[in-house]
Design a protein around this ligand. Structure first.
Ligand code: GLA
Length: 385
């Protein structure tokens, strides 16, 4: 990857010595749709991600280009920028805009991106390119920004510049990932802890539904609003700030405050999922992978029945996984409505699992899923300079 990037950088910019950086994507092991409800999530960074070759130039221009997309941005240095339609370079552009508005100096530079993360598959390709850009600029211009602040800045860009009301999970996971560990993040206090993710004789398989996601942003924003509405009703009696401040028991005793059955289901998912994350971190600490797998299946059921963000494709994968003897846990991961599922499968059964799943899925859905294996990996980093 670096060789191709290096060669193409030279062709495009006539510069010989760029610096190279990498930022992974992520899967969420458990804790779905609760980051924006002040809950705890447990993602890990994965092996696939986004690569960047970058170098300062002397022509006072910022050039953003990619090996995957033909469109390139050539910008004079300004004090701010605005979003350019649906262009891929809005992500690095948003980061540059944020840095300038926060008072950081930027000079002319050339950036060339590439990557092996499927775009729009729920593996956080956007968080990956955002965090990658701010991390590289931080190195290039020695700003001294911490990784946590890089994640927060990237989330702000996603919310305000790109216009997606996501939580902090994705940006934090790709910034802070650690080899062999899941990141247990309290999205309210931003306190985090690394939880060893030892899969022993199992492997983590990431399965892409390959479904075209169309309405996912609007459905995501709809769930976000439903959680806000449920919280407002519960707050009439309960002194809480976030849905995840409420325990299942208190919720059961007070759910009559919400008349709308749909809102009861949404809040029910959020509150139970938050508790599942805590259980999951406990069982992982004791090395009980089977118990962790059961929590994955439970999480999926809740996302399917209560939060209703799964769909035929993801359900087909999890149904297959549930009936496959050597798979001890599976669930959708990320926002849902397509995207990816994850499964814990015995090492020596992985090839068979993927092949049989391919046939099962194709028969039911009409096209094939794709799959790869990933460990829990390190977060954003410099590759070489
Ligand atoms: C997307 C968002 C995250 C999170 C997940 C669902 O990935 O970007 O902030 O809300 O969906 O858990």
């Amino acid at each position: 990857m670096i060789e191709i990037l290096s060669q193409e950088f030279r062709n495009r910019f006539r510069e010989k010595d760029p610096q190279f950086f990498f930022c992974p994507g992520r899967v969420n092991l458990i804790g779905e749709h609760i980051d924006y409800n002040g809950g705890q999530v447990m993602p890990c960074a994965i092996s696939k991600g986004t690569y960047l070759a970058i170098s300062k130039n002397t022509d006072k221009e910022i050039r953003l280009s990619s090996l995957e997309f033909p469109e390139m941005a050539e910008l004079q240095i300004q004090s701010s920028y605005s979003k350019a339609g649906k262009q891929w370079f809005n992500y690095p552009l948003g980061i540059i805009d944020h840095l300038l508005k926060s008072g950081y100096d930027i000079s002319g530079m050339d950036l060339l991106f590439t990557g092996d993360l499927p775009v729009g598959a729920g593996l956080s390709s956007s968080a990956s390119i955002e965090v990658l850009t701010i991390f590289a600029l931080n190195e290039l211009f020695s700003y001294g920004i911490s990784k946590t602040d890089m994640a927060l800045a990237s989330k702000k860009v996603e919310n305000d510049f790109i216009g997606v009301s996501c939580g902090i999970m994705d940006q934090f996971a790709v910034a802070m990932g650690k080899l062999g560990n899941a990141v247990l993040l309290d999205c309210d206090s931003m306190k985090y802890e690394y939880i060893p993710f030892k899969t022993k004789e199992y492997l983590l398989v990431v399965i892409n539904t390959n479904k075209q996601r169309t309405l996912s942003d609007s459905k995501y924003n709809e769930r976000f609003a439903e959680c806000g509405a449920a919280l407002r009703l519960l707050k009439e009696k309960l002194a809480v700030e976030k849905l995840c401040d409420i325990s299942s028991q208190v919720f059961e005793e007070n759910k009559d405050l919400i008349e709308d059955e749909i809102l009861v289901k949404r809040a029910g998912h959020v509150i139970s999922e938050n508790e599942r994350v805590l259980k999951a971190s406990e069982v992982l600490k004791t090395g009980d992978l089977n118990a962790f797998g059961k929590l994955m299946f439970e999480s999926h059921r809740s996302l399917k029945d209560l939060y209703e963000v799964s769909g035929r494709e993801l359900d087909t994968i999890v149904e297959f996984a549930g009936n496959y003897e050597d798979c001890i846990g599976a669930r959708m991961t990320g926002a849902g409505f397509g995207g990816c599922a994850i499964a814990l499968v015995k090492k020596d059964a992985v090839t068979d699992f993927i092949e049989k799943l391919r046939i099962f899925y194709k028969t039911r859905i009409g096209y094939e899923p794709s799959a790869f294996i990933s460990g829990a990996e390190d977060g954003v980093r410099m590759l070489r300079s």
